[in-house]
Write a protein that binds this ligand. Sequence first.
Ligand SMILES: *[C@@H]1O[C@H](CO)[C@@H](O)[C@H](O)[C@H]1NC(C)=O
Ligand SMILES: *[C@@H]1O[C@H](CO)[C@@H](O)[C@H](O)[C@H]1NC(C)=O
Length: 258
Amino acid sequence: MVISIIPAFLLSSTFLSLVSAYSFTISTPRQCQNLTVSVTGEDGEPPYRLLLLPFGPSPLPDNVEVRQIEDIPFGAGETVLSFPLRYPDRSQFVVVVSDGAGFGTGGTSVVTAVLPNDDGAGVCFDPSTNVSPSFAFSLNPPNQIVQCTPTRLWWDNTTVQGIPSFLGVIPGGRSFVVPEGPITDVPSQGTGFSWTPSVRAGTTLVIVGGDDRGVGSGGSLVTIVSAGVRPNEDCLDDDSPSSTPGSPAGPPTSTGSA
Ligand SMILES: *[C@@H]1O[C@H](CO)[C@@H](O)[C@H](O)[C@H]1NC(C)=O
Ligand SMILES: *[C@@H]1O[C@H](CO)[C@@H](O)[C@H](O)[C@H]1NC(C)=O
């Protein structure tokens, strides 16, 4: 094990810089009942925010997608947030907690499943109507993210409001803001920028797009970061995000949003 050769003092300081000083817990998620998210620890900087992100396929007939990406602020000075979970039983989601110091500082949950409701709340969504993002974005090379290899994130500039921004969400791992390089126009690859993901191969990564209409207005794409034909580790260091092995994963899919 690599760990055994790292001096203990180094290990502990690395650990402190990697692990957020505050964390959170969530209540049992049930369809159309309130989900309660509680910040724990004293070291967060209010205001807190929650990103609620659908994960995996829809369990509804015909795969109708009713789950919206939601970016929900906690009340001023509050450390507890309660809101109706408008996701169907048997669907899955991930939450990310952030504070005034930045995105994802409180951590990212593992993929979590929604249970049936137990209070007769019934259905709080229209199971026959798909939600769809306000704009779409794409990757080039298509549908893949390769460790340490430049990829282009692009969109149709006529469909966005303002300049899009993107988040990288790693279930059970460390989520981050995708650094945005110079924005250029490329024939057949629309408007976009190049990004070299310093994320380890094998990581389940959800890329969430947003513009002036809000976080998630561009929907999301799920990929498993691949090593590529000639694996390149030049961009990785001990801080590079990864996910724990065994996280639920699947082929690239998209999920809906407001
Ligand atoms: C559910 O959350 C809403 C706020 O989003 C709150 O007004 C309501 O009182 C909560 N209901 C319960 C039963 O906790
Ligand atoms: C995108 O569109 C906006 C407004 O229509 C324009 O100001 C901007 O220059 C365009 N960006 C690029 C890279 O074409």
